[in-house]
Ligand binder design. Structure first.
Ligand SMILES: Cc1cc2nc3c(=O)[nH]c(=O)nc-3n(C[C@H](O)[C@H](O)[C@H](O)COP(=O)(O)O)c2cc1C
Length: 180
């Protein structure tokens, strides 16, 4: 697929097959994705990758931070994301300066889109999620995220047999003002 078609065919996809994802391949793609623009070369990201037993253990640890009566609901909520064969948490260090942090979030978005396109190119499906619980103390502490870090998002990854149906967009032309 050429770049134009990759961009259009990268769609969010929830329905994954059980096919195992090769983490070496995922690391190779991340090592390309990080060539995203980023101000002052802060390279403002780190990754936590979950698969198989490691993923189950993390979900259990997180759910166990809740009192008994809440555990089932919390399991169902977190499993909406952690049911994917691979989940990647993208974590950004905070600089202490709002302006720099906004730039760093933009750099993360560029890096993530690079990554999603590379996944699409290699036949993998993905879904970029920012559920509210990524900001919670329970989730952040289970993930071992520091005070000075932000969980930018969770990326669900796997193979899928779903038909790719890009959602239509309003044209850029309809949202553009041109002065000549
Ligand atoms: C920063 C960001 C956060 C997102 N968080 C969620 C989310 O929490 N839940 C969700 O259903 N979709 C989430 N999405 C996915 C969007 O809903 C999706 O990209 C949009 O509907 C367009 O569909 P497409 O990805 O198939 O083109 C997020 C997308 C971005 C860029």
């Amino acid at each position: 697929m050429n770049l134009k078609n990759l961009i259009i065919n990268r769609v969010s996809n929830l329905k994954f097959t059980n096919q195992t994802v090769d983490l070496e391949h995922i690391m190779d793609l991340l090592d390309v994705a990080i060539y995203a623009p980023n101000h002052k070369m802060r390279e403002p990201w780190r990754f936590v990758i979950f698969q198989g037993e490691g993923k189950e253990t993390f979900v259990k640890r997180y759910v166990n931070t809740f009192e008994e009566s809440l555990k089932n609901d919390q399991y169902l909520t977190v499993n909406k994301v952690f049911s994917a064969p691979v989940v990647i948490a993208v974590v950004m260090p905070k600089t202490g300066q709002i302006r720099d942090d906004l730039e760093d979030l933009q750099a993360n978005a560029a890096m993530i889109q690079n990554f999603l396109l590379l996944l699409t190119e290699s036949g993998l499906s993905s879904f970029w999620k920012t559920p509210q619980y990524i900001e919670s103390v329970a989730f952040r502490s289970t993930l071992q995220v520091g005070e000075q870090e932000i969980v930018v998002g969770l990326l669900m990854i796997g193979y899928s047999e779903m038909k790719i149906q890009p959602k239509p967009r309003k044209s850029a032309r309809s949202k553009t003002t041109i002065y000549t």
